[in-house]
Ligand binder design. Sequence first.
Ligand code: NIG
Ligand code: FE
Length: 420
Amino acid sequence: MTILITNIKELVGVDYERKARLCGSEMETLKTIENAFLLIENGLISLFGQMKELNNSVVNDPVREITKIDAGGRMVFPSFCDSHTHLVYAGSREIEYIDKIRGLSYEEIAKRGGGILNSARKLHDTSFESLVEQATERLNEIIKLGTGAVEIKSGYGLNTEDELKMLRVIKKLKETSPLTIVSTFLGAHAVPAEYKGRQSEYVDHIINEMIPLVAAEELADYIDVFCDKGFFTVEETERILMAGIKHGMRPKIHANELDYSGGIQVGVKYNALSVDHLEYTGEEEIKCLLGSETMPTLLPGASFFLGLIYAPARRMIDAGLPVALASDFNPGSSPSGNMQLVLSMGCIKYKMTPEEAINAVTLNSAYAMGLSEDLGSIAVGKKANVFITKPVPTYSFLPYAYGSNKVATVILNGEIQKLS
Ligand code: NIG
Ligand code: FE
């Protein structure tokens, strides 16, 4: 299929340099072409430029059948990349949300057997088919909101059978959804009730039983550990990461959400693709991240929903670090996968400029999934995952007008999606 989009008011995120990620002051540059066209062939971006450069031989090619879209002055963006979600889950947890409103903390709720363990019980009681159905509905919702690629974690199984069930659900979604999906094994999300008081035995169980089985079935691209106060220690994290790496899974870890946990340092030590959350990031952590290949990934939805402090994004970028933004879509700390809202929060709460925030939800978030060669910007040869906006005056209108959907048309893998 060939698609030609013409009369694009502004084509945002054009990329001639093909950098894998943008660091520090580089994030401030967002290249665009005004009054542009975009040609898509065989699922890939094949040509773009100014309207006046559009050759008639392309438009009137007698051989190719071209679907023509007149953008009519609307903008085109590369689809959002959401590099951190837990969107395979059963049911919801608004009861805990009310407990939170009444003053209980995330850790207090977890200690009472709520939180992740509550989702684990629900997942255990839910069939594979129903989990696929529930997750597909969430995927369809985020497609409408402009997401084109998403990472999904396990971690609500917490025993071998249920962790495998979750990962098989993700595998099924990879096959059935037009979204580009990567999967992460998060057996170390919480200590299950049956291992209460025997945390190191659960870690042994993850290492000796779960990881080899996950690897044998090739169910996970990455490995994650919740390295934080009240969850897993640095030493436990190290042991799990080493086992994961041995089985071909690069780390992408939860770090420093609840305290200065040492999670950032251990992530960098094991060359994690990303360290995520990072509410508690000081000078030492920033120094450790500088010069590494690890993408600091911030999840403003979790800070917003739980009423936590916000990660020091401004200090990180000013120090020269790259930053990615993701949704953390999950039932406990961020029950939304709306990347337009994440974009707004990046600007409003982290004081990122619209240019920085747009780069953080596209190219840098693609990097945090290992996908930046193929996604995250408008470049020849990249996968044609783009969206056309509703009429908007400037690209800054996207983060500014928070709360409404500014996406009108979605193209994934070079195909126009039916948005019902
Ligand atoms: O990323 N921080 C750990 N895990 C999730 C929360 C999961 C849950 O509460 O269900 C997060 O915020
Ligand atoms: Fe998370």
